[in-house]
Design a protein around this ligand. Structure first.
Ligand SMILES: [Zn+2]
Length: 203
């Protein structure tokens, strides 16, 4: 299902909202400006008077004057979850490099929790089960293992990329320019599969 990228008035990405949620912002006249190249078309009921069906266009990227109390601010790092972690690391075990389906991946603490390692973005990586078990509670250097990439905390823009698997091309372009400098998503084409440019075939 195509979702609408909601920005605050300053152009900072806040959240994905449903098409209906986007339509509501238009009805309440809370749209400040539009930034997308695509329109999502919502079809409503038929008018008893004219017999015509109502149509509402919702832009794929909208900046709203509505204040979102639930949003934790621009600087907010998305909450650490396994699905987001696995997407950050492109479903790759950061020890052996194997790309695996979600059910075969685990969250590994680079510094074991028992040794004071923290459960936060900069301290955890995606690992396959064999690597996770091999590493166990050892320090990496002690058993000759090393990381293929450095773990980092995604910013809000990257968090939005990580949580939506059907992102329109213009939405992806918008978000990609706003991810942090250390993000692996800055590599061109790194997430080509996640970028669904086709809006015509509506979900
Ligand atoms: Zn592995």
């Amino acid at each position: 299902m195509t979702r609408i990228l909601k920005l605050d008035v300053g152009g900072r990405p806040i959240a994905w909202i449903s098409r209906e949620g986007g339509a509501l912002l238009y009805c309440r006249e809370q749209i400040a400006w539009e930034a997308g190249r695509e329109d999502v078309v919502l079809r409503g009921g038929y008018s008893r008077r004219t017999g015509l069906r109502s149509v509402l266009r919702v832009n794929s990227i909208v900046a709203t004057t509505a204040v979102d109390k639930a949003a934790d601010g621009w600087a907010g790092t998305p909450a650490l979850t396994n699905p987001r972690l696995f997407r950050r690391d492109d479903y790759m075990c950061l020890y052996c490099g194997e790309v695996l389906p979600t059910e075969l991946l685990t969250r590994d603490h680079v510094v074991p929790v028992s040794a004071g390692g923290l459960d936060e973005w900069e301290s955890v990586v995606t690992a396959c089960r064999p690597c996770n078990q091999r590493k166990d509670n050892h320090a990496l250097a002690a058993i000759g293992m090393r990381l293929l990439a450095v773990p980092y905390a995604p910013n809000r823009a990257e968090g939005l990329i990580l949580e939506n698997r059907l992102i329109l091309a213009d939405q992806m372009e918008f978000l990609r320019t706003r991810v942090g400098s250390g993000s692996r998503l800055r590599v061109p084409g790194a997430d080509g599969v996640a970028c669904a440019a086709n809006i015509n075939g509506t979900d």
